[in-house]
Write a protein that binds this ligand. Sequence first.
Ligand code: PNW
Length: 475
Amino acid sequence: MTSSNRTFPDGFLWGSATASYQIEGAATEGGRGPSIWDTFSHTPGKVLGGDTGDVADDHYHRWPEDVQHIKNLGLHAYRFSISWPRVQPGGSGEFNAEGIAFYSNLVDALIEAGVQPVVTLYHWDLPQELEDEGGWANRETAFRFAAYAERMARELGDRISVWTTLNEPWCAAYLGYASGVHAPGLTDGAKALAAVHHLNLAHGLAGRAVRKVLGPDTKISVTLNLHVTHPVDPSSADDRAAVRKIDNLGNEAFLQPMLDGRYPAELLEQTAHITDWAFVQDGDLELINIPLSILGVNYYSSSRAQKFSGIGEKREADNHGDGAASPWVGADDVEFLPQPGPYTSMGWNIDPASFTSLLVDVGTRYPGTPLMVTENGAAFHDTVSADGRVHDADRVDYLYRHLDAVGAALDAGIDLRGYFVWSLLDNFEWSFGYDRRFGIIRVDFQTLERSWKDSAYWYRTLATTNGLPGRDVTY
Ligand code: PNW
């Protein structure tokens, strides 16, 4: 057994993450209303294999067992999301006591198990009724979101360690409204940019609402999937300009309003042929720019882009599926090239060095805002061995290399407080259904039985010793 000598700081928070629609199931039980993901997954052709979240991991009924797994893994924190339509079926008006009780009981059980609850208020399951009124392209949705956030603050109160407003607004806006590979499945660039702004506004309004109830020191966070895009030819000014367009749409469109209180002029210019940004009203940027206690960063992979030559067919290889419209609104002269690999079963390039540079770049840029890795992990084609176990050496290797990359960012002096592996359980991987498995715990989707993969044992060693275990440990 080899073991690395890398250790993590005292108090470094080890956790694991999930999201409501991906694990809960019980889609029509307990007074839950329909969300855009129910509608989308039940629309033929939208999700691989016709899979839906109707049952998922049946976490809604099996949560006591799942809390035991979290406890047995030695985790300090658990990041989960609240299904808005489970607690407020129509997205406005009446709240649903049964749905609220579900989360309240879960939070009590976590605390009882010595695990800090880290809550995400929005991980993509918008109440369908709000989508019928325009969804995130409609400004009103941001105000409805704040009312829901305020109620959750009253219900769950100081039992919650960190309140995360949104998970990956990039996905919600661009995959939902521009490329259409996520719910609600629209392909309208102008709506996607309106959604970007209304999600930013929702973040600010919800953070304010939670602090109004629980006090100004309440920990408010947001989780962004920041994009690391490399120019194909770093010496080409055209390629560097292409990458800047992607940075503006993917990163700056969220970082700057939330942390600096402005939109970058370049972003408005490069999308001027799509929208005039009239949806940004006076005072909005002040509302959005609230003090952030923690910035959550999700990282899986990196990309490579260049200026599109205009000759031949564009090779869109930007992680978002083949044949779909581009999520990169208005960046028609940017072309993504395939990365060299190796890849996970998502087809995503494995690039831990870009993880370090991302954390160092963001941490250096916002030194007063502590970072937390709120998702990192990998899907692989797991196989069950003759001994009935999943010996996922590829996932252990991925986690080892990415945690070493996290350690390198800490060595560089970055204020990084914790790491959450995606995911606790195999689950409904959005448009890929149950075909892609990210869990450190296997779920048999016939019996719904849970069993630890090697990566779970490996992660337990890490969480309980605060030292990075070697990769070639056998369990
Ligand atoms: C994130 N992309 O989703 C989500 O927060 C999780 O719910 C999800 O299961 C996990 O990453 C793995 O996919 C993403 O196309 C979905 O770039 C798509 C993209 C990025 C993140």
